[in-house]
Design a protein around this ligand. Structure first.
Ligand SMILES: [Zn+2]
Length: 79
């Protein structure tokens, strides 16, 4: 396995517990668990930096770091 992201196995296990608690069994859960164990989980999809573990604990489905998370989602509802 070629896992190169910064999260430890323990951290990923903790997040897996969280995800199983948050998301009901089904396709979305399967997708999320697959994503959790992929190499790009915990890495910002915008800038490629690590997403802080504390923020992943609040929302394990996060895909942005703190800086990029503040940016409006492209195509999202205007506020
Ligand atoms: Zn970022």
């Amino acid at each position: 396995m070629d896992h190169h992201h910064y999260l430890t196995i323990e951290q990923r296990e903790a997040l897996e517990q969280l995800i199983r608690k948050t998301i009901p069994p089904g396709l979305r859960l399967d997708t999320m668990l697959k994503h959790l164990h992929s190499a790009d989980y915990g890495v910002c999809i915008e800038c490629g930096k690590d997403v802080e573990f504390v923020r992943l604990q609040e929302d394990p489905t996060l895909m942005h770091c703190r800086a990029c998370g503040r940016l409006p989602v492209p195509g999202g509802p205007a506020r």
